[in-house]
Design a protein around this ligand. Structure first.
Ligand SMILES: Nc1ncnc2c1ncn2[C@@H]1O[C@H](COP(=O)(O)OP(=O)(O)O)[C@@H](O)[C@H]1O
Ligand SMILES: [Mg+2]
Length: 706
């Protein structure tokens, strides 16, 4: 279809136009990339610009005739207009949802404060909001299901948000991450401490940090919006609720942007109070390390300032004293007065000497993170909580049981009011039978029962079927993280031989997941085939966690000078020091199509207990890489790869039909035969390809029958 030279007055089918449009986006993607680089190049100076050389890469472009095709132009105009319109519709619904949520939070707070309890409780007002939210969410779902443009708008925005997360070094917000984060925040809002537990490198620490930050910011925004809405309404008492909804949109957007800016470019004093307090757990972390640290500090001495300054100090104190006691002094005899004055003067000078000459040390108490969090109303994270000795954790008991607003007793400090905004998150590494981290212990059940425990592991990824077989693309969240890692800031991806590379990247995601499953000891549940050659399947140390995955991808560097097999070796497998782990991961990599013999690899499965593998062992000839041509995938291609096909277009949109029909009348002066042809094409346009093929088939049969 692409590349077909359209005839004059040719009416393309809707499928053709869709394909042209997709190709158009790829060309734009390529151009925009070059444009952005060009801006930076300008700043590099003359030498750089004078001798800069570029790899010659043809910019493909859909042929001029297609671009100028009358119908295609109308089609593009329509798509752009419709996408913008659906975008506004989606954003309006989302604002309504946010407004209902805002009101619900407010109602819940009122209800909770009224009942003086930790729980929100439910009443007719909260139920009203809950139902309203559900209805709006259904409405949003319906639009996404029915409109191709709405779907594309929504998921393109999602992709761009993922890329922003990447840029800000946040976790990519795949559903698995988003759900876990929500659970943590909801729990903190109920005043229940959270224990996040999972395997090495799944992102627990980062999840805790982001959830705590979001918790603080969400609550601040809620509070600020409540105030802003009240202030606005008292100035506009006749406003209706629809004005309020508009105002809400303006205020909430402004607030969100404000905090985003602070986090990106704020001053230290602005950022710090938003961030959670943080303690790294370890076996020898004590109670004092968490609450108050007692340190020895040296007292002041006369070493600073001159003697005259000190003298002036007591003279002033002395006269103040005499002023304050004037009445009593006046009642005395002169002799009595003099004696008292001498005594007082002596006392002042003794006090001055005493307070400045104690060269000894004094015990000073410094508040540590947990106490600060309690007092200032901020969340605190105790990372790797399960490494701390149980007897040192007991001291947390009272705090963990009380909710914000009440008083907790802290040993060595006394009663302390827990300020709203406080929250407690602990993280812990899971140990399985096979994997046991040094120094970690199971939390005592009574202690653990004070927490909501959230298990958080590696993001989901299907391990069966090829990329093409995938129906529910949403299941492949690891693949989404990987593609996001490769995308430029507009959501486009530039890789060699895109079809092959995408398949390889997909198999890479699957390989990662298999090593993760084995690492977690879950291989039985998820149908990993047990290889007869490998007994007692286990991984001790090495796992392709997201961190390692990103490392491999950086090493691959979009296939600039090596393929994925080589990057997998260089960026990960070569550095595994535990031989059995390395052997197993290498054999799995081969199973997923990496290290093929045809490209000079020769990986033999080793028995358990054999030595680690070196590069020379697995190469049959020197490595030589020929880079395939780099191809560009547009954001729309990526959106489809990550989120699936979305709703198709069964019929030509009404609006377009009208535009087309109007033109046909214009050209009706032309030859009647041609008109018939146009009319027929237009008729076809209104139907899906399938229907079209069906009609054509029947037509042929009929003709044959004559
Ligand atoms: N969804 C994700 N998106 C992006 N990066 C991720 C994601 N999940 C995990 N990572 C990466 O993996 C790392 C996990 O590190 P960390 O939080 O220390 O794990 P843990 O505490 O569970 O051992 C993160 O810093 C991040 O680089
Ligand atoms: Mg950690």
């Amino acid at each position: 279809m692409v590349g077909k030279v359209p005839r004059e007055n040719y009416i393309p089918t809707i499928e053709e136009m869709e394909d042209w449009y997709k190709e158009d986006l790829r060309v734009k993607a390529l151009n925009s990339l070059e444009d952005e680089n060009n801006k930076k190049v300008e700043d590099q100076g003359d030498f750089f610009r004078a001798f800069r050389r570029l790899d010659k890469r043809k910019i493909r472009s859909i042929s001029g005739t297609e671009k100028n095709d009358f119908y295609y132009q109308r089609y593009v105009d329509y798509i752009e207009k419709e996408t913008a319109e659906k975008g506004r519709e989606i954003e309006a619904i989302e604002n309504l949802i946010a407004y209902e949520r805002f009101f619900l939070n407010w109602e819940r707070r009122v209800n909770r404060e009224g009942n003086n309890s930790r729980h929100y409780g439910s009443n007719s007002a909260t139920r009203y909001r809950v139902d309203a939210i559900r209805r709006l969410e259904q409405e949003l779902e319906r639009i996404l299901k029915e409109s191709k443009e709405a779907w594309e708008f929504y998921y393109k925005r999602q992709l761009i948000e993922d890329i922003e997360d990447k840029k800000r070094q946040r976790l990519i917000n795949v559903p698995y991450v988003a759900e876990a984060k929500r659970k943590v925040i909801d729990s903190l809002n109920l005043g229940v401490p959270v224990y996040i537990v999972g395997h090495l490198g799944s992102g627990k620490t980062q999840l805790a940090t982001e959830a705590a930050l979001d918790f603080t910011i969400e609550n601040r925004i809620q509070e600020e919006l409540e105030k802003k809405m009240n202030d606005w309404f008292s100035l506009n008492p006749n406003a209706e609720e629809k004005d309020a909804v508009e105002k809400f949109k303006e205020f909430s957007e402004e607030r969100k942007q404000y905090y985003k800016d602070v986090l990106m470019n704020g001053r230290k004093e602005e950022i710090e109070p938003l961030q959670p307090l943080f303690i790294s757990g370890s076996h020898n972390l004590t109670y004092e390390d968490m609450f108050v640290e007692k340190t020895l500090s040296l007292n002041h001495s006369f070493s600073q300032g001159s003697f005259a300054d000190y003298l002036n100090m007591i003279i002033e104190d002395f006269y103040n004293w005499m002023d304050e006691h004037k009445e009593k002094l006046d009642a005395m005899t002169n002799e009595e007065q003099l004696q008292l004055k001498i005594q007082i003067w002596k006392s002042f000078s003794d006090l001055l000497v005493a307070s400045n000459s104690a060269f000894g040390t004094e015990i000073k108490k410094i508040e540590r993170e947990i106490l600060t969090a309690v007092k200032e109303g901020r969340p605190v994270i105790v990372d790797e909580l399960n490494t701390i000795a149980m007897q040192n954790l007991i001291g947390l008991n009272d705090i963990l049981q009380r909710h914000a607003g009440s008083t907790a007793y802290i040993t060595g400090v006394g009663p302390v009011m827990i300020k709203p905004g406080f929250g407690f998150i602990g993280t812990g590494n899971l140990s399985t039978e096979m994997v046991n981290y040094e120094g970690t212990n199971e939390l005592n059940p009574a202690f653990k029962s004070r927490f909501v425990t959230i298990e958080y592991n590696y993001v989901p990824q299907s391990i069966t079927g090829s990329l093409e077989d995938q129906e529910l693309r949403g299941k492949n969240q690891l693949f989404r993280v990987i593609l996001t890692g490769l995308a430029d800031q507009n959501g486009n991806i530039h890789i060699p031989d895109s079809k092959r590379t995408l398949e390889e990247l997909f198999r890479f995601s699957q390989l990662c997941r298999v090593t993760q499953n084995v690492f977690m000891g879950k291989w039985k549940d998820e149908g990993v085939q047990r290889e007869s050659s490998i007994e007692n399947l286990e991984l001790r140390e090495a796992v392709l966690s997201v961190r390692n995955i990103l490392h491999v991808l950086d090493n691959w560097n979009q296939g600039e000078d090596k393929d994925l097999s080589k990057a997998l070796w260089d960026g990960f497998i070569s550095s595994i020091t535990y031989a059995d782990d390395q052997n197993y991961i290498l054999s799995q990599a081969v199973r997923f199509g990496f290290f093929p013999a045809s490209e000079g690899w020769d990986v033999e499965t080793k028995a358990v207990g054999e030595a680690t593998t070196i590069y020379e062992e697995i190469r049959t000839r020197p490595y030589k890489y020929v880079r395939p041509e780099i191809e560009t995938l547009s954001y729309l291609d990526i959106v489809h790869l990550i989120f699936g096909e979305g709703p198709g277009r069964k019929n030509l949109p009404e609006e377009l039909i009208e535009v087309f029909e109007a033109t046909i009348e214009d050209v009706s002066k032309i030859h009647s035969k041609k008109y018939q042809e146009l009319d027929q094409r237009l008729y076809h346009l209104e139907h899906s390809k399938k229907l079209l093929e069906y009609l054509e088939e029947n037509l042929e049969e009929n003709e044959e029958g004559i």
